[in-house]
Write a protein that binds this ligand. Structure first.
Ligand code: FPP
Length: 249
């Protein structure tokens, strides 16, 4: 990964390493506004957003956070101008190709969640290659939501469970929350403890609807390309100040 690591290499002293989130999820919002504020075309915001993402991934590794999931492209994002959609798809492909060797060196294990079948064959190929090559890596678990929608994910889980019931493989009264989790794209991943959303919007935008049930939510007005280690530090300080009760007293 070519992005230069910034300051704050070690875990800041005001963070308790025993109470770090196991899994952080991020809605990387505000790339377009960042580009506009720098008088650049919108797509340059996405380009810059990749560098931010690379440094956050490294930061999670440096600070001992084992899983990071990011929302790269939602099922609704197809509604953007065709040039922007094309740019993003090409960017994903290019970044995956370019970063694979560094991900191997740094022990990143990448996976993708979402309906990948409607992506271009060449992007699917790059995705499959990166999954296969990194599957035995033991470093950070990096999940990229691409053509992902939480409602679509739950719908496909319901369909596959219903099909198993129909075939007699599962009994109706055996279905519980674990059955549902086992049929989500995120099977095997712990639920995120912390959701970060940049650029100030207070929405889930169809991201990890099931998995975020008990996540702590941190919203910052910082635009995604400007979300650096010091911003992440602030998010973690806020996370560690929360009293997570899971509905109990
Ligand atoms: C939202 O900002 C951002 C996106 C839809 C794309 C995010 C994608 C990346 C940063 C690239 C990630 C690359 C890989 C390989 C995982 P926006 O365009 O909605 O910003 P706006 O709200 O200011 O218009």
């Amino acid at each position: 990964m070519s992005a230069k690591p910034t300051a704050l290499q070690d875990l800041p002293v005001d963070l308790d390493k025993e109470r770090l989130p196991e899994h952080v999820a991020v809605i990387m919002d505000g790339n377009g506004r960042w580009a506009k504020s720098h008088s650049l075309p919108r797509v340059m915001g996405h380009q810059k957003g990749v560098d931010t993402l690379k440094d956050l991934l490294r930061c999670c590794r440096d600070w001992g956070i084992p899983a990071l999931t990011v929302y790269a492209f939602s099922t609704e994002n197809w509604g953007r101008p065709i040039e922007e959609v094309r740019f993003l798809m090409t960017l994903f492909e290019r970044v995956l190709r370019r970063e694979l060797s560094d991900m191997m060196k740094e022990g990143v294990c990448i996976r993708f969640i979402g309906n990948l079948s409607s992506l271009s064959p060449s992007l699917q190929e790059e995705i499959m290659r990166s999954i296969k090559d990194t599957e035995n890596n033991t470093g950070i678990q990096f999940t990229v939501a691409t053509n992902y929608g939480g409602r679509e994910e739950i719908t496909q889980a319901c369909k596959s469970i219903a099909a198993k019931v129909q075939q007699g493989l599962i009994q109706l009264d055996e279905i519980n929350e674990i059955t549902i989790e086992d049929h989500l794209y995120t099977k095997g991943l712990p639920s995120p403890d912390l959701l970060i959303r940049t650029s100030g919007e207070m929405r889930l935008s169809n991201f990890l609807l099931w998995q975020l049930a008990y996540a702590e939510i941190y919203v910052t007005s910082t635009l995604w390309p400007d979300f650096d280690r010091s911003q992440f530090h602030k998010a973690l300080v806020s996370y560690q100040s929360r009293d997570r009760r899971y509905g109990k007293l």
